[in-house]
Design a protein around this ligand. Structure first.
Ligand code: NDP
Length: 254
């Protein structure tokens, strides 16, 4: 494969696991130097190497995001690919959602994406090419039963990306959201336990709930999400801007 991203610095939050790690590896395979971040340094260090560079960063901590991205820019140059991927998923019906859970989900999924993108853009805007991707969800384009706070946070991410695409329209930067259905990662494993406990199901039955929620009745592989991210960073996708790319095995009804 030709190394189309040779020398570009990419930042992937939550890049030590799941979807983020698949994207980070895909970008590195194209020649990018990729800063991967998360709260667990040991997980990041395990993944590091072959173009992946570990940096501890909690996306809910504004100062930590600013300082970590500044250090990554000093080490590897301006962030020209920013992937706001870090997120948490916890299901609870909205009328039973306490303020602590609401704030925790918003702080990670929405504030975290905002801090990450804002701090990355400081250096990106000094260059003549940039890609900003946010990993939203099908829950960003439709309601998700039993997960109101999560769905609200993912809708918020899409609003932010759409607005950025308008702010910089016609420029050399694009801003897009990727909206997967259920992807086979640790989040799913944790959700299986949570759904099984709350609904009184077996783990197998809880997993089937998620498998059947995808239109093609199978879990999506992290690499399928990474493929979309790579396309959005590849030559030829420069007119795709302000979009929500749904990866859900079929149409997602609103
Ligand atoms: P993972 O749990 O593997 O990934 C989540 C990542 O986010 C972890 O690497 C985690 O690292 C990081 N993270 C969580 N909180 C913070 C924080 N406060 N600061 C920094 N990093 C943080 O699951 P996925 O790969 O599935 O999730 C990635 C994204 O994809 C999420 O935004 C999720 O909402 C979204 N998504 C997932 C779907 C799925 O079915 N799996 C479907 C649709 C969207 P650490 O714990 O070390 O901080």
């Amino acid at each position: 494969m030709s190394e189309t991203l040779d020398g570009k610095h990419a930042l992937v939050t939550g890049g030590g696991t799941g979807i983020g790690l698949a994207i980070a590896r895909g970008l590195a395979a194209q020649g990018a130097q990729v800063t991967i971040t998360g709260r667990r340094l040991e997980v990041l260090q395990e993944a590091a190497g072959d173009g992946l560079h570990a940096a501890r960063m909690d996306v809910t901590d504004e100062d930590n995001v600013r300082d970590t991205i500044a250090a990554a820019v000093a080490a590897r140059g301006p962030v020209q690919i920013c992937v706001a991927n870090a997120g948490i998923a916890e299901g609870r019906k909205l009328h039973k959602t306490d303020t602590e859970l609401w704030r925790r989900i918003m702080a990670t999924n929405l504030d975290g994406a905002f801090f990450t993108i804002r701090e990355s853009m400081g250096s990106m805007l000094q260059t003549d090419w940039g890609r900003v991707l946010a990993i939203s969800s099908v829950a960003g384009v439709r309601g998700l039963p039993g997960a109101g706070a999560y769905a609200a946070s993912k809708h918020g991410v899409i609003g932010m990306i759409r607005s950025l695409s308008e702010d910089f329209i016609g420029g050399p930067y694009t801003f897009n959201s990727i909206c997967p259905g259920y992807v086979d990662t640790e989040i799913i494993a944790r959700n299986v336990d949570s759904i099984a406990t709350r609904a009184g199901m077996s783990a197998g039955e809880a997993r089937d709930v998620m498998v059947n929620a995808n239109r093609h009745k199978r879990l999506i592989a992290p690499g399928e999400v990474a493929a979309a991210a790579l396309w959005l960073c590849a030559p030829g996708s420069q007119s795709v801007n302000g979009q929500e790319i749904k990866i859900a095995g079929g149409q997602v009804a609103g």
